[in-house]
Each structure stands twice: as structure tokens, then as C-alpha cells.
Design a protein around this ligand. Structure first.
Ligand code: SF4
Ligand code: MSK
Length: 656
């Protein structure tokens, strides 16, 4: 029995499950230390093939019902539900949960904002008044002659409709290109409020409710759009208004950012407020003094996952790794506290943290974890929680009694390309606009734009699919924008520096070198996919690339996705008009009507469509083929014949 347990624990070859050397080194150490992580559990847990195909249903007590994915129309559930109904309902619930997660996040940002504006919370202030005015104006709120407080209060009231509105269109529908909006209206998928859409989605997937997969998918689109153009977009915009709009900054990533002689504190999760307060606490003179008294040279604050990605682009705080490295970093023995808030926090962290006497501290009322310490984060007194976390970390530092092994990998990247900065960077300070981007797409130097985003997943070799896909895309002159854990994979691979333009095709390389930008632009966390939507809308409004988002030569991918949020994101891109390819696996049975609808029919209705491939090169091929198809439809396919830049072209590109 012991032997079997040991084999199960030691069975994986670290180099076979990740291309991240630091993570592989820690997996070796985990084996030696007898510690189990998600990579090992993924190897031991064979995925259920029926579940993987989404061919089972447990929505009522007459089931669970398992259909045969080899013969999908051979049987139905006890209630008579067909394979298409079952798959559509399962998919719908993933979209609803993912959308609920982002919308819940956005709603708490709005709650925070309201209390800051009313003066009830004093620890945070509005940092970016220009952004406040721009967001207000984008939804028709007058700004001229009004105080910041007046504008902010009206913005709060208006944006609250994103969540609570019962009838009518969500406020940010005003940002959607007219023709895209027309398509949504025609199909009845313009979102009302996120609460209404998620509630209706859950109701419609109950036994005996909506049993027409085409109708279910309509509500999937409406719910997902309530996330992308609603819940997530509010989270991004309010985050920028309160904490500052990102602009490019040189950052350090990978586990080598930990410091053996300092108190190391990791923040992991999604909402920026915990992290912002932690920035204050680690600089609190009494706490810095206490750390020094304990024998530390200082306090080293480090991010992981998406809250890490937000702080990376706003403050240049080092980032230690993406989702698949959160257990492994604890194996260094150098983490003196890991504080988490919401989303993507593995329960497995509890047992790994316990092995190294690292306090794992939950801070949010919505996300407790059995076995973790909880210190409640109170928005009205945020430093009470973060100061206490620092004290716990100092105590752990003082009592370190296990060997420490910190991988030395430390990579540099340039991240923080908000959609505002992209237009400034390409347009210059005098004519800040998307015109140069559109022009370079039209003239063919840039073939198209790809969003490569999303999680990592221990069921595939960590970072490999992200990195290979992006390399293939930039080599073919496709400009890549990135969010979430994916951008950390590319930063670790050294592809987010301006120097990596040498890996790009000749056209993209020329643009990157002229402007001084990387061919891979890191733009934020997973709610910040909304920045990609805004950039696409701006490209349409700028002109020359069609009249709807579905006309653009763009594509999206989540090559190593794992969360339901990723499915919601994927579907809001599809509903917005973007071809979106997922890797790993796709919860669907091929050769079914539901498959046909997602992977083909939606595009014919004026939306985008889904694609799937687990192979990065095939994924790149699908995306480039789609981009070329759109170029052809726009009659700009001929322009891809290589154009050498003359001086006038260069001047157009130069940042003033
Ligand atoms: Fe089975 Fe229908 Fe119940 Fe689902 S809803 S478990 S298919 S009987
Ligand atoms: S954290 S949703 S693993 S990107 Fe946003 Fe990373 Fe995916 Fe979580």
C-alpha cells in the first residue's frame, strides 16, 4: 500500500509536465519531500471520458444519465433529453458560473468605488480622473463643468445597471460597434443585467425547461456578453479609475524573484484591493523594522496568478508564476505567507503549505478554505488584515527551520499595454488613435491580431502550448495581445521584451522595431480581456476593417484553459464576432447538432465561432487561416506582398 502511494506520488517526470524549469525543479523537490501537487493528481486521476465529452447529465434525481458519445443519438436521458440538450445545458452552466464569477468581482469593485466616492472608505482614492471622465463620457454621462465626485456618483448609479437592470440594454452596449449591436438585437442577445441573465440561464438549464439547444445557446450568448461587456468591463474600468491605468513597465517574473534573506509574502487571487493594501503594509515603517529585528533584510512582496498580473502592470511588482505553479512555489520553503482572495485558488494549497509551515491565509468572506487560516479583509479598515498577514509572515520567517531552495530563474518582460496605451503608442501623443494599427493591418505588415489568454492546466505540459502557439503567430506577422496566466508563460519564455521582435515575421518586426514595442503585449488579468473587446471595437470604429467586429482579421485562443471563467470568456468573444480556439479538451461530442452550431452555424448568423485543437501548430494554422479569410473578405489580402517602409511610412509610425 505504501509502495503504491509512493509510486502515485513520484510517478511524474517533472520535465515532461512543464517547460517551466523553476516549476520542474520544485516538482523534483516535492518528490524528495513527499509532497503531492496537482500535476501528480492529474496523472493519477484519469478524466472520465463521458464527462469530458459533456455527454452526461445530473440535473435531476431521475439520473444521472450517461449517453454514449460514440453513438450520441443512440439513446436519451430518462426525461427524454437528447445529447444536444444535455451538452447545451452543461455548457450553459459553465458560462453562467464563469460569468457570475467575473460579475461578482466587478460588482465588488463597484461597491468599493461607491464607498470611496462617498468618502466612507479613505484608504483608497480615485487615481485616474482622466479615465473616470472618459468612461463616463463613453456611456453618455456629461462631464463638463462637473466635479469629480458628481461624475463618479452618476457613474456608480449607471454602472450598477450592469448587474441589477431588469429590462433594457447594459450601459457598455453603447461601446459596441453599431453593426455588431444590430446582430445582437436581431437575435435577442443584448444583455439586460448580469443578475437577470445568470438567473435566467440557471433556470433554463433546469429539468423540463429549455430543451432546444439553439434557444439555450442564445441565452448562453446573452449571459456571456453580460460578462464581457458588463461584469468584467466594469471590473477593469473601475480598477483603472481607482488604482491607475496601466502603461508599459519592465517587470520581473519567475520563482527567482523570491529572496532567501527577506520575508517573502505572496498574494494570489483576483481582486486588486487586497494587494493594494498589502503594498501599504509592507512599507509600514514599524513592520519593516519588525522584519529587520527578526533578522530579515526586508519584506519582499510578490504576486501570482491574476491579482499578480494586475499589480505587475500597475506597480511593477514581481510575479512568481501562473496558476500551475502556485503549489510548487510553496515547495521552495521560502514563502513566509501566502494570502489569497477569490478564484483559482486550489484547495491543494492547504496541505502543501502545511508541509512547509507556511501560513495560507484566506481573506474574503466568499472564499474560505477548510484548513486555511482566515483573516477577514474589511474594506473599511483594510490595513488591519494586511498588517496582520505581514506579522504572521515575519513570525514564520523568524521560525524558519526547513531547508530553502529557490530556483534561480528570473526573466524580464515589458507589460502593461492597456487599450489606451496601445493607441497612444501607435498613434503618438499628438494623434493618439488606432489609425496606425489599422493602416499596418491594411498594408499587411501586421497580418492580424490574436488574443492568446487564459489559464494553465496540469493535464497538458505547462506553458508549452501557449509559448509554441505565440511563437508561430508572431513568426507569421500576427500581433499577439495577452492576459491572465498565459502572459506569464510568455514572460517566462522571454517573449514579452521589445528584443523578441527578432522572432517576428518581417512586417510585424518592422513595426515593433520602429515603435520599440514587443510583438507580444501583456495587458492584464483575466477580467482585462474586456480591454481586448474595447480595442476591437475601436479598430472597427477607426475604419477600413469592416463594419462589425466579425469582419476584423482577428482571432482568440485559450490554449491551456481550465476554468469555467475561460468558457464564459471564450463565448463572449464568439458572441462578439471573434473566432476563438480552445486547447486541452472541449466539452462536446463531435458530429452533433450542438457541435455544428458552436463550430460553424454561429458564424453564419453574424457572430464568431468556436474552434478546437490541442496542438499549438494546428491551433496557429486555424487562427491564421481565419485571419486570412477575413483579409480576403475585406479585399486587403493582396497587400500582404511585402512593402518596404519608406521614410514617410516610418514617420507615420514614430511615437512623437
Ligand atoms: Fe437524466 Fe433528464 Fe434528469 Fe438530466 S434532467 S439527469 S437527462 S432525467
Ligand atoms: S487566474 S482564470 S487560471 S487565467 Fe485569472 Fe489564471 Fe485562468 Fe485563473
Amino acid at each position: 500500500m505504501e509502495k503504491e502511494k509512493k509510486e502515485k506520488r513520484d510517478g511524474i517526470d517533472p520535465k515532461a509536465v512543464t517547460i517551466c524549469d523553476a516549476t520542474a525543479q520544485m516538482l523534483e523537490k516535492a518528490k524528495r519531500d513527499g509532497v503531492e501537487t496537482a500535476f501528480q493528481r492529474a496523472a493519477n486521476m484519469k478524466a472520465c471520458p463521458i464527462g469530458a465529452d459533456s455527454a452526461c447529465c445530473k440535473h435531476c434525481g431521475m439520473g444521472p444519465c450517461r449517453l454514449n458519445s460514440k453513438d450520441p443519438y443512440g439513446k436519451v436521458g430518462v426525461c427524454g433529453a437528447t445529447i444536444d440538450t444535455i451538452m447545451a445545458r452543461n455548457f450553459a452552466r459553465m458560462v453562467a458560473t464563469g460569468s457570475a464569477c467575473h460579475s461578482d468581482h466587478g460588482m465588488s469593485m463597484l461597491d468599493l468605488f461607491r464607498e470611496v466616492v462617498k468618502g466612507n472608505i479613505k484608504d483608497y482614492q480615485i487615481k485616474d480622473t482622466l479615465k473616470l471622465e472618459a468612461v463616463a463620457e463613453s456611456i453618455g454621462i456629461a462631464t463638463e463643468g462637473r466635479t469629480t465626485e458628481e461624475i463618479a456618483l452618476e457613474l456608480c448609479d449607471e454602472l450598477e445597471k450592469t448587474y441589477t437592470q431588469v429590462e433594457g440594454e447594459i450601459p457598455f452596449a453603447k461601446r459596441v460597434p453599431e453593426k455588431t449591436l444590430e446582430t445582437w438585437r436581431k437575435h435577442g442577445v443584448v444583455p439586460r443585467g448580469a443578475m437577470r441573465e445568470v438567473m435566467e440561464m440557471m433556470a433554463r438549464s433546469h429539468i423540463g425547461m429549455d430543451q432546444d439547444y439553439t434557444n439555450i445557446v442564445k441565452q448562453c450568448s446573452r449571459t456571456a456578453l453580460a460578462d464581457g461587456w458588463g461584469g468584467s468591463m466594469v471590473a477593469t474600468e473601475i480598477g483603472d479609475i481607482l488604482f491607475g491605468t496601466p502603461s508599459p513597465i519592465s517587470i520581473e517574473v519567475n520563482m527567482g524573484v523570491l529572496k532567501a534573506d527577506q520575508v517573502n509574502i505572496i498574494i494570489h487571487g483576483h481582486e486588486p484591493n487586497l494587494f493594494e493594501s498589502m503594498c501599504e503594509s509592507v512599507n509600514e515603517p514599524t513592520l519593516v523594522e519588525a522584519a529587520k529585528k527578526a533578522g530579515a533584510k526586508g519584506i519582499n512582496l510578490v504576486g501570482m496568478c491574476c491579482s499578480g498580473a494586475e499589480m505587475l502592470v500597475r506597480h511593477g511588482i514581481p510575479h512568481a508564476g501562473n496558476f500551475s505553479s502556485t503549489e510548487e512555489i510553496l515547495v521552495t520553503g521560502a514563502v513566509d505567507a501566502m494570502a489569497v482572495d477569490i478564484q483559482c485558488i486550489k484547495q491543494g494549497l492547504v496541505s502543501v503549505a502545511a508541509c512547509y509551515n507556511t501560513p495560507l491565509i484566506t481573506t474574503d468572506a466568499r472564499c474560505h478554505i477548510e484548513g486555511a487560516m482566515h483573516i477577514d479583509f474589511d474594506l473599511f479598515n483594510p490595513k488591519k488584515c494586511t498588517d496582520e498577514i505581514v506579522i504572521k509572515a515575519i513570525t514564520r520567517f523568524q521560525n524558519r527551520n526547513l531547508p530553502i531552495e529557490i530556483p534561480q530563474q528570473r526573466n524580464i518582460g515589458v507589460h502593461g499595454f492597456s487599450h489606451e496605451y496601445i493607441q497612444y503608442m501607435l498613434g503618438g501623443s499628438f494623434r493618439s488613435s488606432y489609425t496606425p494599427l489599422n493602416e499596418n493591418i491594411i498594408n499587411g505588415r501586421i497580418r492580424g491580431v490574436a488574443g492568446v489568454v487564459g489559464c494553465t492546466n496540469p493535464r497538458v505540459k505547462q506553458d508549452f502550448v501557449h509559448v509554441e502557439l505565440v511563437k508561430e503567430l508572431i513568426k507569421n506577422d500576427v500581433l499577439v495581445v495577452q492576459t491572465g496566466c498565459s502572459q506569464i508563460a510568455l514572460a517566462k519564455a522571454g517573449l514579452t521584451t521589445p528584443e523578441s521582435a527578432v522572432l517576428a515575421g518581417p512586417g510585424l518586426r518592422e513595426v515593433c522595431e520602429t515603435v520599440g514595442m514587443p510583438p507580444v503585449l501583456g495587458i492584464g488579468s483575466c477580467v482585462d480581456n474586456s480591454r481586448i473587446l474595447i480595442a476591437c471595437a475601436e479598430m472597427v470604429k477607426t475604419g477600413g476593417l469592416g463594419s462589425s467586429m466579425a469582419d476584423l482579421p482577428v482571432a482568440g485562443a485559450a490554449p491551456e484553459w481550465m476554468s469555467e471563467k475561460a468558457i464564459a470568456i471564450g463565448h463572449y468573444f464568439v458572441a462578439s464576432g471573434v473566432f476563438t480556439v480552445f486547447g486541452v479538451t472541449f466539452p462536446i461530442v463531435e458530429n452533433t447538432k450542438f457541435h455544428q452550431l458552436l463550430f460553424d452555424e454561429l458564424e453564419k448568423q453574424g457572430f464568431g465561432k468556436w474552434g478546437f485543437s490541442a496542438d499549438p501548430y494546428e491551433m496557429a494554422r486555424l487562427m491564421i487561416e481565419h485571419i486570412d479569410k477575413k483579409r480576403k473578405a475585406l479585399s486587403i489580402d493582396k497587400a500582404r506582398e511585402r512593402v518596404l517602409m519608406d521614410m514617410a511610412d516610418r514617420q507615420k509610425l514614430e511615437v512623437a
